[in-house]
Design a protein around this ligand. Structure first.
Ligand code: NAP
Length: 259
């Protein structure tokens, strides 16, 4: 399928690894010119090289923490008028809410609510003027089914979800869409980190932790960054214009609800 977005410009945040990288690769395959950001330079440059070599796309890197105003300024200086914006950042740590103070909450809100809203604020009027825009926020299945130890994530991402539900409907008439992609268990470094942490807590081998987790997913496996990227690229395509303000799970059937 021709996604119809060759020649468009995209910012993909937190894209040196994992789900952000999957989105960047899929957009590059569709002929999109990329600005990709992450904090660590080595992995970011490696990913940019891989994408250029495998797709021929133009890829600019920006070493930046996208949860800070300075980081966002640097990204937007490289691409002030993107057609496509993929918002992403690391997730907050697990824990018990009794141990979290105001700073912990502010950090989570900065990363998983305020950073995407600030990026949207900076680009949205240009998208409206140009009558084309696609914004995808990477959130989490925890928005639909909160995960007990991830209270910071449940809370911060729900704030973004509520905001997007309102804004997306105000701008859809200009062919500018905002949607949230909700990953369940995906095969990224995060899954390995989760397994290692659980192993330290329980004494179970990391491989057994992962096997147990995957056994609970109807698809009996983790999702891949390629699957995630393809979904994102479709939402960013010319065919995605009627998909507005949705929270789209990609979780192998793990969420048990009918709707
Ligand atoms: P990952 O494999 O660990 O990759 C994270 C990427 O984000 C890396 O490129 C990292 O590079 C970059 N990054 C992190 N914090 C950043 C920041 N402040 N500024 C710029 N770049 C930053 O993670 P992932 O599994 O793809 O997860 C992506 C998001 O989806 C996270 O918010 C995660 O909580 C959420 N999620 C993931 C899953 C899953 O199963 N994978 C499930 C639900 C939700 P640097 O560290 O070099 O900056």
């Amino acid at each position: 399928m021709d996604l119809g977005i060759a020649g468009k410009n995209a910012i993909v945040c937190a894209a040196s690894k994992g789900l952000g990288k999957g989105c960047a690769v899929a957009l590059a395959r569709a002929g999109v010119t990329l600005v990709i950001a992450a904090r660590g330079e080595d992995a970011l440059e490696r990913t940019a090289r891989d994408i250029r070599d495998s797709t021929g796309a133009r890829v600019t890197t920006v070493v930046a923490d996208v949860t800070t105003p300075e980081g966002r300024n640097r990204v937007l200086a490289e691409c002030p008028a993107p057609d496509i914006l993929v918002n992403n950042a690391g997730g907050p740590p697990p824990g018990d809410f009794r141990d979290w103070n105001r700073d912990d909450w502010i950090k989570a809100l900065d990363a998983n609510m305020i950073a995407p809203i600030e990026f949207i604020k900076r680009v949205v009027d240009g998208l409206i003027d140009r009558r084309f825009g696609r914004i995808v926020n990477i959130t989490s299945s925890a928005v639909k089914a909160p995960i007990d130890v991830l209270g910071l994530s449940n809370g911060a991402r729900s704030g973004l979800t509520g905001f997007v539900a309102g804004l997306s409907r105000q701008i859809a008439g200009a062919n500018v869409t905002i949607n949230n992609l909700l990953p369940g268990t995906m095969d990224t470094d995060r899954l390995t980190a989760f397994a290692e942490a659980a192993s330290r807590r329980t004494g179970m081998a990391p491989a057994d932790v992962i096997a147990q987790r995957l056994a609970g997913i109807p698809a009996k496996r983790a999702g891949t960054i390629e699957e995630f990227g393809a979904y994102c690229a479709f939402l960013c395509s010319v065919h995605g214009g009627f998909i507005v303000g949705q929270n789209l799970l990609i979780d192998g059937g793990a969420f048990p609800g009918a709707l």
